[in-house]
Ligand binder design. Structure first.
Ligand SMILES: Nc1ncnc2c1ncn2[C@@H]1O[C@H](COP(=O)(O)OP(=O)(O)O)[C@@H](O)[C@H]1O
Ligand SMILES: Cc1cn([C@H]2C[C@H](O)[C@@H](COP(=O)(O)O)O2)c(=O)[nH]c1=O
Length: 217
């Protein structure tokens, strides 16, 4: 029986790395797959991981049809055993329904990877449908951490270093590097409590005004 699996975690939790590893392990055993992504930071038609690996991928835009793509390929005599689907939060509900149909009716394994919620803590359309339809939802094993040390569960968006809760749902970007100047639009992963309080690393640093209780000099 083929399965539709949804691997999910915050930004920067290793999803794209796992997508590349999953593809590598299946291809190493002679299975034939197709790799899809949507709006990866590395540009159209790339699936990239922060660990430095990347690969070519088929770009999924809202008009892309998974069912017609796969049926078309099979009809041409091509072999497909599995699909790797990264940035699946950006897929439409209909596209996710097609992935479920591909798994059920064509016996092709589907491995989907994506973040669950946006910067306002609301589910993305693709992720919501995956939660509803997947055979299994697998949280990423490697924990992304909030600045406080707790597991990060939410994605915050910053504009010029300040956390925002309004704006377009989709703005492609990366997690902030604290060693670099704040980007125009960046992201930071936080635990729920600090997301609710809009307490990013920068703000936590700014409000820590208490001097050392026992200064040495
Ligand atoms: N220099 C590094 N050394 C070791 N691990 C790293 C390094 N840079 C990034 N990582 C790992 O890569 C993860 C991000 O992987 P990536 O696949 O790009 O995440 P996602 O697709 O979930 O956003 C980080 O959580 C961290 O574990
Ligand atoms: C929270 C949030 C994220 N995004 C974008 C930012 C990145 O381009 C991707 C997530 O990629 P990753 O591989 O998981 O780091 O999603 C967005 O458009 N809107 C959001 O609210």
């Amino acid at each position: 029986m083929a399965s539709l699996l949804f691997f999910t975690g915050t930004m920067d939790s290793g999803k794209s790395t796992l997508a590349l590893q999953t593809n590598h392990n299946h291809a190493a055993r002679g299975r034939v797959g197709r790799i899809f992504t949507s709006q990866d930071r590395a540009g159209d038609g790339r699936l990239s991981s922060r660990l430095g690996l990347s690969t070519e991928a088929i770009e999924v835009d809202p008009d892309f049809g998974f069912w017609s793509y796969v049926v078309g390929a099979l009809t041409q005599g091509e072999r497909i055993d599995y699909l790797i689907c990264d940035e699946a939060q950006f897929y439409t509900a209909v596209q996710v329904e097609e992935l479920a149909r591909i798994s059920d009716e064509l016996q092709i394994d589907v491995f989907a990877f994506g973040i669950l919620t946006d910067f306002r803590t609301r589910l993305f359309e693709g992720s919501a449908r995956l939660v509803e339809l997947a055979d299994r939802i697998q949280p990423l094993q490697v924990e992304a951490l909030c600045w406080c040390g707790k597991r990060a569960t939410h994605n915050a968006r910053t504009e010029n270093g300040v956390m925002v809760t309004e704006g377009d749902q989709i703005v492609v970007g990366d997690v902030e590097d604290p060693a670099q100047p704040a980007p125009t639009v960046g992201y930071e992963v936080l635990c729920r409590q600090h997301h609710r309080r809009r307490m990013t690393t920068a703000r936590a640093r700014a409000v820590t005004t208490v001097p050392d209780p026992l200064p040495f000099s």
